[in-house]
Design a protein around this ligand. Sequence first.
Ligand code: VGL
Ligand code: ZN
Length: 208
Amino acid sequence: MTKALLLIDIQNGFCPGGNLPVAEGDAVVPVANRLMASGAYDLVVASQDWHPADHGSFASQHAGKKPFDMGELSGQPQVMWPDHCVQGTVDADFHPDLETTRIDFIQRKGENPDVDSYSAFRDNDKAALTGLGDWLKANGVTELDVVGLATDYCVKFSALDAVDMLPGVKVRLIADGCRGIDPKGVEEALEAMRLAGVEITDSDRIGF
Ligand code: VGL
Ligand code: ZN
């Protein structure tokens, strides 16, 4: 049995004061730190949304579009986001209180300007893999707990891909270690994950 903790996009950009802030996004930091310090995990992996300045998911790249409008990217429907998590900027850094010294592997994503990558495992069109799945397989991971931002986007698609791409791995979402963008989207995301076989739990229920 090899247990891994996956921290999704716990970056300044998704916390209050960031460019795409999630309400109470910073509240996931103490939960993530407590889980990492618990000794329950053999491995800790973290994803980082890591966009070029001209990423096609940014409203700024589309004439007449405002943030949160719907648009298109490479012929697919795409939410137009505010510019966020641009490579090398403070917005893309991990939250300063996250205990990053405990992270064994960092997976960056969203570098291709022509496709978005909500999942830490592969682009939204499912064409290019990031390498995280292979890393977890190579390390013999059998149980994966997921926390981070945002529940209704990157957390959801990462957890669904974990179930899909890591057959036999038990995937759990620790809900109090996650925050989302849209409350309705969060409810739908939790239901979609549950239906796919992700166990939805809380840190206190599992003893942390
Ligand atoms: C995310 C929207 C755009 C996320 C990333 O981390 O959930 N959401 N890029
Ligand atoms: Zn992004």
